[in-house]
Design a protein around this ligand. Structure first.
Ligand SMILES: O=C(O)CCC(=O)C(=O)O
Ligand SMILES: [Mn+2]
Length: 215
């Protein structure tokens, strides 16, 4: 059996997990090392930090941003800004090949012409989690969210239109890309506490990149 055929049999196909939600198994697995290699320079310009919730609690996940807009949370609420409040500088530019990969993933999920202007970089240590929320600080909900998983595995909770709707649990492994948009664009979602483990490329962390059209 050739390696390619073996890979095809081993990799599950793209999974339509909701009317507007597609799980692209392993979509960036072969580009993962290259994606991760771009991180240190970005994080040097805009360091990871635990932002405050509007209620004054530090978030569990460490975050940074790149693109012309970056998402910020503090006592004044959630919003996109052109400058990093930590450094006063503009956010680092979105690496062109990240933008291209995000566009390709969106197209594979049925969303043509996706051009993100913001990318949230989330770093989850073991035990970090993200509570159920909607991504609703973007100006235009016609563009999808493209979410790339790297490193340790996550259990992603995909809820419904209401906070207390039942959640579906999706296992997101290194290289998976989850895309949600259309009628699913405002579904609640979150990430369960990351289980202990070690990944050869990311050590004891999970990285998640979410690409958005924010402005
Ligand atoms: O880490 C994930 O898979 C999801 C992250 C997320 O929902 C967000 O950054 O808004
Ligand atoms: Mn989100």
């Amino acid at each position: 059996m050739t390696g390619d055929l073996f890979d095809m049999l081993e990799s599950p196909r793209d999974e339509q997990v909701g009317p507007g939600t597609c799980l692209l198994h392993g979509f960036v697995r072969n580009s993962a090392a290259e994606i991760l290699a771009a991180l240190p320079a970005l994080l040097e310009q805009a360091p990871l930090r635990r932002m405050m919730t509007p209620g004054g609690q530090p978030m569990s996940v460490e975050m940074s941003q790149c693109g012309s807009l970056g998402w910020v949370s503090d006592r004044d609420g959630y919003r996109y800004t052109r400058r990093d409040p930590l450094t006063g500088n503009g956010w680092p530019a979105l690496p062109p090949f990240w933008r291209e990969l995000a566009g390709q993933a969106a197209a594979a999920a049925g969303y043509a012409s996706f051009v993100p202007d913001a990318c949230l970089i989330n770093r989850y240590a073991v035990g970090s989690r993200m509570g159920l929320h909607q991504d609703r600080d973007e100006r235009d909900f016609t563009a999808p969210i493209v979410s790339v998983s790297l490193g340790l595995t996550a259990i992603f909770q995909l809820g419904g239109a209401g906070r207390s709707d039942a959640v579906q649990r999706l296992r997101l492994v290194h290289g998976d890309v989850l895309v949600w948009g259309g009628v699913d664009r405002l579904r609640f979602h979150g990430v369960q506490a990351i289980a202990p483990g070690r990944h050869e490329l990311t050590g004891e962390f999970r990285y998640n990149l979410t690409f958005r059209k924010a402005g």
